[in-house]
Design a protein around this ligand. Sequence first.
Ligand SMILES: NC(=O)C1=CN([C@@H]2O[C@H](COP(=O)(O)OP(=O)(O)OC[C@H]3O[C@@H](n4cnc5c(N)ncnc54)[C@H](O)[C@@H]3O)[C@@H](O)[C@H]2O)C=CC1
Ligand SMILES: O=C([O-])CC(=O)C(=O)O
Length: 309
Amino acid sequence: MRAKVSIVGAGNVGATTAHWLAARGMADLVLVDVVEGLPQGKALDLLEAAPIAGFDLRIVGSNGYEEIRGSQVVVMTAGIARKPGMSRDDLLKTNAGILEEVVRNVKRYAPDAFLIVVSNPVDVLTYAAWRYTGWETRRVMGMAGVLDSTRFRTFLAMELGISVKDVSAFVMGGHGDQMVPLVRYSYAGGIPVEKLIPKERLDAIVERTRKGGGEIVNLLKSGSAYYAPGAAVAEMVEAILLDQRRLIPVIAYLDGEYGHRDIYVGVPVILGGNGVERVVEIELTPEEQEAFARSVEAVRGPLETLALP
Ligand SMILES: NC(=O)C1=CN([C@@H]2O[C@H](COP(=O)(O)OP(=O)(O)OC[C@H]3O[C@@H](n4cnc5c(N)ncnc54)[C@H](O)[C@@H]3O)[C@@H](O)[C@H]2O)C=CC1
Ligand SMILES: O=C([O-])CC(=O)C(=O)O
């Protein structure tokens, strides 16, 4: 039996996630959206690429939730995206309301699924989704770190003029301007990037990574990024469905790890068939710890404005 993945929100990120997953032949797909015809149209359009792209999948769109029954993974991308001049936190009120309604349906129709939250502000909404579901924390997670890290890797590879394949790097913390790209743990061909790139250039790359989402918002003007976000979600879905036990940054629940408790934020985890199997704790310098703590506080602030069950 093929796996089944449902994506709620058939907008830019939802549809692009479906595209990347279909291209990998990963799973049957369901797109759900409130706009009549939109999920059906995008699902049919994607399905009609199958003879060329060479995938054999069932791909359907729906305005209801019946179709998501039996999904192994549900991806939540419904909601509004920011425009120039807005912060991700400006989306909180609207998207938290949408999230509550979506989670109610996910609980009803796909009670055994893993839930990946993408809608912004994603750290806050992942925590809210966990509270709305009442599920084990390993089954509810958010996507941001894979995206922030792929941006960081892209900028490092551009700077060095080398293949992205040889660059590994990762970003911790909340998905905001306070995120923590970890230069000390970033490598090009196994060589610490600090040995290859001067400090002021690295500082500029870190800053560009932190503002990577905003850079795209300012270019697009009408919405936010979706190719890289969709690819990042597909990477997480694949890790779960194929039980890959990837060591990647995921918005995961902290219960004392890194000195923080009762919060969802980006940290390196093992992601596999059981969801978030373990938070991996790495040694941080006092400055990195401080930057991470500031990032956690930036998530806690808006979180405290929500009335949660
Ligand atoms: N975590 C991350 O790293 C990233 C998060 N995002 C966030 O993802 C979200 C989606 O972004 P886009 O796809 O670009 O926006 P979009 O506007 O293209 O798509 C959102 C879709 O959600 C649908 N929707 C609204 N209310 C709904 C409901 N109650 N039920 C089902 N569907 C509903 C809309 O009809 C629309 O089609 C935004 O909140 C954005 O900020 C975007 C990129 C990266
Ligand atoms: O910037 C935004 O609003 C969308 C997002 O989270 C990203 O692209 O990193």
